[in-house]
Design a protein around this ligand. Sequence first.
Ligand SMILES: [Zn+2]
Length: 347
Amino acid sequence: MKNILIFTHRPEGHVVASRGVSRCFITIILLLHTLVFDIHSMQKESARRAYKTNKAPDKNPDILHGLCNPGSSCYFNAVTQCLAALDGIRYCDEKSPDFLIQFNAIVSCLRTGRPVHDILAESCFALQCAEIFENNTGQQDAQQCFSGIFNLLPAGCKNYFEFCFKSSLTCKRCSRTRHCEEISTLVPLCLPSVLREDCDATVTLKQLFEQFENPEKLTQDNTVYCDNCKIKTRTTKRLSFARTRPKCLVIQLKRFYYSQLEFTSITEPIPKKNNIPVIISSQINLGKDRYRLKAIVYHSGSLASGHYVARVQKNGQWFYCNDEWVVPKLKPTKDFSPYMLFYCLPA
Ligand SMILES: [Zn+2]
């Protein structure tokens, strides 16, 4: 018998054809073989999607899993653990970009106590984050990461964090006061400058809020144009919280600044960090509303090189999250300073 075809599938997947087969036939077989492989990879992809949409059975809501760090993604991991700890917010809708859908899948895993490794590793998720959130100076800042995620959120989800500041500007020349409202996503609290290494220097969150609402004198380079005087005048600015209350109040302790006295070159000031300890309250009152502390991002090191960790509350239990490493009850060492605080209204 001539032209009998004998195909052998070896375990490695190679195809061996017997003699007498035309080249055309071999090409067809190789194409079919590639198709089978494509179907395999599609099946793998659909399995990954099923995983991402939370159909995996093994979950324990009392457990909190860590997030792997393929390289310089601690800022993202710390913020993600905090955002996952906030109740009642879904971070995407059907129109959201892929990044946000993946992000929401990670949050769902963390909330339901399922490991998140596969999503992070397989989709090179952290790499995308680095591309999305690194600012143009190459620094990886937790606050910018939060703002980056916030900016991508569907409009209906933004009011979870958004609130209004009332800004009152009083002209020192004509004494007229004008008011305007500014929408913000976080409360930036300035820290008192520490002139010497004083171990006893501490400040409370309450003091920082009082300082935030104190009138600020805008003089010299900061004078403001007055509609009545028709010139720039010395002005007093006072900020207060308007009536709108977000479900989550995010506070940034402004630790990073540029020195006005020290320069790396003629034009570039040296980035500095204020490490003053801040005593954090478990609860803050805003008018009649009581906010409870749900999550904290900590930072250690300098602006150029440092590390972020988080502490988050899940089902009444506090967890310390340092990338993959998650431990209940543990607190960060003293070289970590609180940097971002997430306070929520009770559900
Ligand atoms: Zn005026």
